[in-house]
Design a protein around this ligand. Structure first.
Ligand SMILES: [Zn+2]
Length: 391
């Protein structure tokens, strides 16, 4: 990994100017729609980006009030200011709470339309899909150059990049920027727009800074794999041997599925190697777990693309897990199995989803909390709904 001198330098300049103890922005917690809730960033800047914020109704998202959002936007504007991007964010109204925004997928993401001159930021519990990609996804801009972006609730244990980096990265997509790198090529980890943002991914290239001047506007772009931010046609098919490393090295946009649709069950089931490492607390392998994001990516690829055998594996995997620490992976797995039915429907999986839509399916052995049983049953109902709809 390259050491980013540039990033350090900018941080130092930033600290000199703003002082090391950055102050929390002043916020109005219950601002009415259209009324200023906070103004953060360069107050002398001529360019103002108006922001509307939504979040799902889930309890897990309750910390995303105006204070947290404004704090994070302040971090974004300060970091970008140090790189020649001068604007301030004006958050209008309080955070709007909507039902159905918990676990975002492509269908749901069509429900919020871009408005010229306004950035819409939607905080969700999970992003199950982003265009062609699925898996553990931190941020999604459904259409390049459109000022609507989705950010997953930050998980400090599993999400490597700081939240402001992910938000700034998605804003880059909203301002029509794509990735300068991709899996399998030399990466540029110091850049915000790398496909794999890390803590050191804090630098914008000059042309990228210029693009940020358009943030909030609707920008017409050449046709691209919008959500992935890569040029269309640039995602090559991969072979069976490349599958495991690809799933392990997927970045915060998850795994692009179109490059995998030709793989058969035997190839997909090699991902079982990853999933089995998370099992058996007594085995030494438990400490070598590849981490939750990789496990989720593996299970989601099996669920989305698997035929009979791979789907049987996913159903069995979902059945034999229990406990709060595996809740998240099971929620992702159920959704993937549901969407997978649009490609390869099987009686067994449809029956499984129908049965597991009942809370008692998960609660029968008494190992789950009532709340987790309810979450799993709800995810199974959503998955069954996806399974029965047209792709
Ligand atoms: Zn991206």
């Amino acid at each position: 990994m390259r050491f980013s001198f540039q990033g350090i330098l900018f941080s130092c300049i930033f600290a000199l100017i703003t002082g090391c103890n950055s102050t929390a922005p002043k916020v109005v917690e219950d601002a009415a729609p259209g009324v200023l809730a906070c103004s953060v960033g360069d107050q002398a800047a001529g360019r103002v980006i108006q922001v509307e914020v939504w979040r799902g109704r889930e309890d897990s998202l309750s910390e995303y009030g105006v204070a947290r959002v404004c704090q994070r936007l302040q971090e974004v504007s300060r970091q970008l200011w140090a790189q020649g991007v001068n604007f301030r964010f004006e958050v209008l109204g309080t955070v709007q709470i909507h039902t159905g925004l918990g676990r975002a997928n492509n269908h749901l993401m069509q429900s919020i339309q871009a408005t010229q001159g306004q950035l819409k930021l939607v905080i969700v519990d999970a992003i199950a899909q982003c265009g062609d990609a699925a898996g553990y996804i931190l941020g999604c801009t459904p259409q390049l150059g459109r000022p609507v972006l989705y950010a997953k609730k930050h998980d400090p244990y599993n999400d490597l990049a700081p939240e402001w980096v992910i938000w700034a990265h998605e804003m880059g997509h909203a301002a029509a920027l794509y990735h300068p790198d991709a899996p399998g090529m030399d990466t540029v980890p110091e850049r915000i727009m790398t496909y794999m943002p890390l803590p050191q991914s804090t630098v914008l290239a000059d042309y990228e800074s210029a693009n940020f001047a358009q943030l909030g506007s609707i920008v017409n772009t050449p046709r691209m794999h919008a959500a992935m931010g890569s040029r269309q046609g640039s995602v090559p098919r991969i072979n069976a041997e490349q599958l495991l490393p690809l799933v392990k090295e997927a970045g915060p946009h998850g795994v692009s599925l179109s490059q995998l649709t030709h793989l058969d069950d035997a190839a997909l089931l090699t991902l079982g190697k990853l999933l089995e490492t998370s099992l058996g607390a007594v085995s030494a392998a438990a400490s070598q777990s590849p981490g939750l994001p990789v496990l989720i990516n593996a299970l989601v690829v099996l669920g989305e693309l698997g035929k009979r055998e791979a789907q049987a594996y996913v159903r069995q995997y979902l059945r034999r897990q229990s406990g709060a620490e595996t809740l998240n992976i099971r929620l992702y797995g159920l959704q993937a199995l549901g969407r997978g039915q649009q490609r390869h429907p099987t009686e067994e999986s449809l029956t499984f989803l129908a049965q597991s839509s009942e809370e008692k399916f998960w609660c029968a052995e008494g190992q789950e909390s009532a709340q987790d049983c309810a979450s799993l049953a709800e995810a199974a109902r959503d998955a069954l709904h996806d399974a029965q709809s047209r792709p």
